[in-house]
Design a protein. Structure first.
Length: 104
C-alpha cells in the first residue's frame, strides 16, 4: 500500500494492566494500516507507524476509540525534499530582508 504515512504517539490510561497492554499491541499489529507498534518509555507509551490510503487521522481516531487509550498524537511523515525546499525558501527570504535592511 502506498499512501500517507505517520507515527502515532499513544498514551494509555494509567489503569491498563500489563496483559491488556500486551493484547492491545497485538490487536494493533493486526490492523492493515499498521506497519509496527513499539512500546516505549518517555513522552508516550507506544509508537505506531501507520500508512493509510486516504487519512491517517481516520486511523488515529480508530485507535483513540479504544477504552485503554488516553490520547493519540499524530506526527505526519513528509518528504525531506519538500521540507528542505520550504525551509530553504524561508532562509532565502530572511537573508534577503537582512540584506535590504543593511542597504537602507
Amino acid at each position: 500500500m502506498m499512501g500517507l504515512r505517520a507515527y502515532l504517539m499513544v498514551n494509555c490510561k494509567d489503569d491498563v494492566k500489563h496483559e491488556d497492554f500486551r493484547k492491545a499491541i497485538l490487536d494493533l499489529e493486526d490492523m492493515i494500516e499498521v506497519d509496527f507498534v513499539d512500546p516505549v518509555v518517555g513522552n508516550c507509551d507506544m509508537v505506531i507507524m501507520v500508512e493509510a490510503a486516504v487519512s491517517v487521522e481516520k486511523v488515529a481516531r480508530q485507535i483513540a476509540a479504544n477504552d485503554w487509550v488516553e490520547n493519540v498524537a499524530i506526527l505526519k511523515i513528509v518528504s525531506i525534499f519538500e521540507r528542505h525546499r520550504t525551509s530553504k525558501r524561508e532562509l532565502l527570504k530572511a537573508l534577503q530582508r537582512e540584506k535590504e535592511e543593511v542597504l537602507t
